[in-house]
Design a protein. Sequence first.
Length: 192
Amino acid sequence: MKNPIRNRRRGFTLIELMVSISIIVLLSGLVIGGYSYVQARQAKEKAKVQIGMLQLALEEYKADHGVYPPGFRAAGTTGTTALYNALFNGWVYNAAGTRVSGVTARVYLPALDPNNDPQGWIDQTSGIKILDPWGVEYRYRVNDNSRTPPRVFSANPDFDLWSCGPDGTSTAGASGAYDEAAPANKDDIRGW
């Protein structure tokens, strides 16, 4: 008499195969989810470091020239072109925010070199702009102290510098100053 158990083939059952595939899919999902979380956190930390570098360069510029480079004073502009020109090209600005001709300053932030851009934060497509890790231009503004009385644009006494964060949007309050309570500003990375 033949033994029916011996003739049976060894292998995976359909249930075992489905359980194995389910475990692989679950582990893949965990790895991918964790990786995207790490990337998002890394982008936020990179923005904080870049803002710190820009702030330090701005303070050095003010120590040398007595004023900060001009920031934006009109809706729809961000001020990073003037910031780039002051911190890398050596342009000098007066208190009214106009360029002083014939005078050049030192390079305050060599990392802004568009020919050697390890940070990946220079956009040269339409003028030079300083970009955050999400590819959106940083926001920079200063108060207009050349008028009497001075016109206040920034939320801080010196300057505002921030990234719009992952959503790429930032809104101003009724006075034009930064609105910390606005829902679009909750993910912004600010330098203050």
